[in-house]
Structures are given as C-alpha cells and as structure tokens.
Design a protein around this ligand. Structure first.
Ligand code: F6R
Length: 384
C-alpha cells in the first residue's frame, strides 16, 4: 500500500501535486480561468450532494454568501494553520473580517457570533471532538456553517450546512501533509469565489489568481526534489539545540506548521513565531546552536522579513531559509537555502511548506523515530 515508499508520510508528501489538483478541479474552469464553487449544497444532506444541479447550487451558494459579512474559521492543529492562511486570503480578497480560532478555545469562551456570520470548520478526519462541538455550538447560535473535510460523510461533514472537500484521498500518516496543502488550495477557490460575488475582485484578477493556482501542482513537483537534499542534511541539522521558525503574513502560519511538524516527528524543540515578534522576546534564545528557519518568499513583506533575519543572524543563529527563485542574498546569508518557484502571494504557502515537511521527515528518519506513528499521538482525536 505504500507503493514503494518507506513511509505513508513520504508517499503522502509526494501525492501533494495530485491532491492539490483534485482539490481545485471541481471549482475552477480551466478554459475561462474562473471560479464557481461546486456543490456546496447549503441545506442539503451530504448524500444528495453528487446529484445536485451545479449551476443551480452555485446560485444558491451565492445567495447564502451574499448575506455573510463576517467569517470564523475553527479547527485544531495543522487544520488551524490552514485556517490562518485562509484568513489572509479571505480578508485580502473578499474584504470580510475573519477570525481564526482553535476549536477547544472557541467552544469554551462563549464567543460572540453576530448575525450574518459564517462559521467555517476545517477537519481532515471530520471527527475531531472539539471541532465537532464548535460547529454544533455555532449552529445552535444561529450561524451558517460550512465544513472543509477530507473524509466525506464524516460527522462534521454531516453536521455542516455547506460542504467543501479537500479531495486528498486517504491520509494515513499521523502527521498531516497533503490534507494541509489541499485545504489551502480549496481556501484559495473559496476566497476567489467569495470576492467575486462581493464585488471586491475584478475578472482580470480572478483570471490571474486562477492561473497561478492551476500552476501550483507542477510547481510543487519541482520543490519535492528537496527530498534528497534533506536526506543528506539531516545528520547535521539534528545537532541543533532548537529551531525557531519565522515568517510574516501568510508565511506566519507556515512557520507555525513547520515547527509543529518538527516537534511531532523529530521530538525536537521548535517554535513558530511571527517574524515581527522576535525582538519582543525570542531573540534572547538565539545563539549558534539555534537554527533560524525563515519562510521568506518574495511578497510585499519580504524586505521586512529580511531585516528580521539579519537581526537573528547577528546574534549567531544559523539560518535555513526558504525564498523565491535564485535569491542570491538569501543564499549568501543562509547555511541552507531552499528555493520555491515564483508564485503569486496567494499560493506561496502551498509551496513553502513542502521543504519544511521534508526536513521534519528526514530528521525523524535520521533519528530513528516512527514517522507514521509518532509517540503519544493519534490520527483522529475523537475525545477532547
Ligand atoms: C498534525 C496533525 C494534527 C491535526 C489535528 C486536527 O500533523 O495532524 O494537528 O491537524 O489533530 O485534525 P483534523 O484535521 O482531522 O480535525
């Protein structure tokens, strides 16, 4: 079943280009480069979704979304980080305020959910106890709910008013990989569709964004080549005392996700930070035994990210950086520089996370740990 791969996780990392393509496919028209969200089925049962008339359903979805002026995204773990990327996409493109919350916090803090709110949950398994409780609570409070699940007909999927799917295929490795990248792809589609119907995006921009989204699967193929790189680099990287992951904007959740992957797989201490927060504390951690993992694709925050990186380096931190293309500056100041292809800011996150997945995978293998089944963790967290 591992089809020649040593682990499910590695197989699933390699399946990402296909998984992302499958996540996008239902919602984009590759001829006109337009988005029409397919068969969300607001108010329909999950069993009926396949039979819906897609055009009529899209009209219905537009009616529902036209009434939304605030979005809450609720999830746990890696799915929560995908939700954070979604916040940047939806706020920037559709100009609707988005709040992202951890399900276990949301459900117990008596959240204020104003009328016209959309509560979106993200869950690969569709069975996560806290996320399920959160969507039930949101429904009771009168919100419109929309789930993004991988497992169709899972409990959360059935509970939601509207339904989107990651379309990743079964994810077996406990550490989530392809579900994460597929979710970011679905969120791109959602944000574009939502922005168009709210009138915050013109047709030319829609075309540009859909084109860049359609280019992602083949761009991902190239980034997967870092597999070999990290296989070799792992024996050096494991000597670091800790890893500080940083990024700004939509690269901030990628820093969080990178740090989580390293913790859960290699059992090494890692923290994810917004790069701008460094001088508010974490700079004190930095010395030559600390690795700085900087997620710095070329976007409108790049220059600011670089000045944070230089500060960290000046304190002796060793740099592992991810940037766009042949970036000589980053290459010069980094021990390890990993390039992603030039992409629109909306899709950078789908590409920058791949080297981080591969780095954690190879560190864990090098240290002799069970990558598919890390200690103390379960694939589906059905108790709180
Ligand atoms: C990390 C990981 C977990 C899950 C979290 C939510 O690699 O897999 O953090 O993302 O338990 O799971 P789902 O998405 O099934 O609700």
């Amino acid at each position: 079943e591992k089809q020649g791969y040593t682990h499910y996780m590695l197989k699933e990392i390699y399946e990402q280009p296909r998984a992302v393509a499958a996540a996008i496919e239902p919602h984009v028209n590759p001829e006109f480069f337009s988005v029409a969200l397919k068969n969300i089925g607001f108010g329909q049962s999950v069993q009926k979704l396949e039979e819906l008339d897609s055009k009529a359903d899209w009209e219905k979805t537009k009616e529902v979304l036209k009434n939304i002026d605030r979005v809450f995204i609720i999830a746990c773990g890696t799915s929560n980080y995908a939700g954070m990327v979604g916040k940047y996409l939806i706020e920037q493109l559709a100009k609707v305020p988005v709040e992202v919350d951890i399900a276990s916090e949301f459900r117990y803090r008596n959240p204020v959910i104003p009328p016209k709110s959309l509560v979106m949950t993200i869950s690969q398994s569709g069975e996560t106890a806290d996320t399920l409780a959160a969507i039930r609570m949101a429904k009771e409070m009168g919100a419109t709910t929309l789930s993004i699940c991988n497992v169709r007909n899972s409990t959360i999927d059935r509970e939601a008013d509207g339904h989107l799917y990651m379309n990743s295929g079964p994810e077996i490795g406990v550490a989530s990989t392809k579900a994460f990248t597929s979710t970011m792809a679905v969120l791109n589609c959602f944000a574009i569709g939502f922005a168009r119907l709210r009138g915050t995006m013109d047709e030319a921009t829609e075309k540009e964004l859909v084109k860049s989204l359609l280019a992602v699967p083949s761009q991902m193929e190239g980034v997967l080549a870092y597999d070999k790189y990290f296989e070799e680099a792992a024996s050096k990287l494991k000597l670091f005392r800790g890893f500080l992951y940083m990024g700004r904007g939509s690269s901030f959740p990628i820093a969080m996700e990178g740090a989580l992957k390293l913790k859960e797989l290699a059992y090494m201490h890692a923290e994810g930070y917004a790069a701008g927060e460094m001088k508010h504390g974490p700079l004190a951690l930095i010395d030559e035994r600390m690795a700085i993992v900087m997620v710095a694709p070329t976007d409108h925050l790049y220059e600011k990210t670089i000045s944070n990186l230089e500060e960290a380096r000046a304190r002796g931190g060793k740099v592992i950086s991810i940037g766009t293309g042949d970036n000589e500056k980053l290459r010069a100041i980094s021990e390890h520089y990993l390039a992603i292809p030039k992409a629109h800011w909306t899709t950078n996150s789908i590409l920058t996370v791949i080297p981080l997945q591969l780095m954690s995978y190879h560190l864990a293998c090098n240290l002799g740990y069970d990558v598919d089944q890390p200690r103390n963790l379960a694939k589906s967290v059905t108790v709180e």
